[in-house]
Design a protein around this ligand. Structure first.
Ligand code: ASP
Ligand code: MG
Length: 415
């Protein structure tokens, strides 16, 4: 059994979808579970619909634009009278219905953004069948079960494994199985999401629960490189990487795979391939149990960073008591600290600037601290650094915060 994952870029238009279906076709002799994200930038567009609703703006035009984007793709892939158009319209009607419900913010978010994956997989499963690639569409929510922590559902591994094992292997004997990344079902029976970019994690969950032979993430890059080739032209492609090294890279912000993906696969020794959907005959990078003699310096850049500084209001210092208030709020809002630093009277953290989260953090702590924040920052990490690289990064940049340890250099840079 193999698990494939295709992200938004690999299904962003009709040509991309045709290319993806060719790749799947080449593996149609295998037992295959294919996990797919929302098309292109659909998740961002659905976030904008929620923002419009929260600001009491009309969102009907935004919904129509998302519908048209998918309709246009379908017109290139199907006859104009194909049933797919009715199927997709029904999902958009569900979406409108959800937007009229009286849900709390996070719950509404998940009911709305999850529609992107439902639509993309319905289109792709129908297209594969039309191309005589026998495909069954599966609702990932019937398998991936979580707690009630909307926007970052925590997986109930025991139940999820039981449900996946129950019938997937059998179904995969007969058809290629196509399902959604990123979504699951909560304990209280609502759709839940697993955190932005979480489709890789879904692929890892299926891989783990099925004890798959391998999981492959198909990307718009040739594999895992030691730097972004758009920034550093002589970036090196890793043929292989140990699980631990790859996991650390994702922690520092290597966006090529979601941070939660490696652990379940490493636990069972399942190899993770990162391959290019533009060059499907190239092997890409394999993440597995291996040892590398030397690790080249790896440069990881995380954009859209936000520096939040908390200053104590009275003449006390930053201490464990006020730190615990900050950490409690961060954990309640599910915000992860990328780097932190303190002085006598202030504590600074750097976090991803996620939709509506910083605002909630400010709200929950404003009576205890004077809080400032800057957005649009860049966090650079050089793993296994060499002095020349450091010299390069420490000049010509406006550094707001810097940390150096024996192996890693990290700096927060202003635009
Ligand atoms: N569509 C979701 C997102 O854009 C999940 C994913 O792409 O992995 O965050
Ligand atoms: Mg995506």
């Amino acid at each position: 059994m193999k698990v494939f994952k295709f992200g938004g870029a690999s299904v962003k238009n009709a040509d991309a979808i045709r290319n993806m279906c060719n790749i799947i076709n080449n593996y149609s002799k295998d037992k295959l579970v294919v996990v797919i994200s929302a098309m292109g930038k659909t998740t961002n567009a659905l976030e904008a619909v929620i923002a419009a609703k929260l600001n009491n703006r009309n969102f009907e035009e935004d919904i129509e634009a998302i519908h048209n984007y998918h309709r246009k793709i379908c017109l290139e892939l199907f006859e104009a009278n194909d049933h797919i158009f009715t199927t997709i319209a029904a999902v958009f009607n569900d979406l409108r219905h959800e937007l009229n419900q009286d849900f709390n913010y996070n719950q509404l978010y998940d009911q709305v953004v999850s529609k992107g994956e439902l639509i993309s997989t319905k289109i792709i499963a129908a297209y594969l069948n039309k191309k005589n690639c026998h495909t069954e569409w599966l609702d990932a929510r019937e398998y991936i079960r979580t707690d009630n922590n909307f926007r970052e559902g925590r997986v109930d591994w025991r139940l999820t494994e039981e449900l996946i094992r129950h019938d997937i292997a059998q179904k995969a004997e007969e058809n290629i199985l196509v399902t959604q990344g990123f979504i699951g079902r909560s304990k209280n029976n609502f759709t839940i999401t697993l955190g932005r970019e979480g489709s890789d994690f879904t692929a890892a969950i299926f891989g783990y629960c099925l004890s798959a032979d391998s999981v492959t993430v198909w990307k718009d890059v040739p594999g895992i490189l030691n730097a972004d080739p758009k920034v550093i032209p002589d970036a090196i492609l890793f043929d292989e990487l140990p699980y631990k090294e790859a996991a650390e890279m994702t922690y520092y912000g290597a966006s090529v795979i979601h941070p939660k993906t490696i652990k379940p696969l490493a636990n069972k020794g399942i190899p993770l391939h990162v391959r290019s959907f533009d060059q499907p005959d190239k092997p890409g990078t394999i993440i597995h149990d291996c040892k590398l003699e030397t690790l080249p310096p790896t440069i990881i850049i995380k954009n859209e960073q936000c520096l939040v500084s908390f200053k104590v209001i009275d003449y006390t210092f930053i201490n464990e008591e006020n730190l615990s208030l900050i950490f409690k709020s961060l954990s309640e809002i599910d915000m992860k600290i990328n780097i932190m630093q303190n002085s006598a009277i202030s504590f600074s953290i750097v976090v991803d600037y996620e939709f509506n989260k910083v605002e909630r953090l400010l709200d929950s702590l404003k009576s205890h601290f004077e809080i400032r924040y800057n957005t649009g920052l860049k966090l650079i990490t050089v793993k296994n650094y060499a002095q020349e690289i450091l010299n390069k990064y420490r000049t010509d940049q406006r550094i707001l915060l810097e940390q150096i340890s024996r192996n890693n250099y990290r700096a927060l840079i202003a635009p």
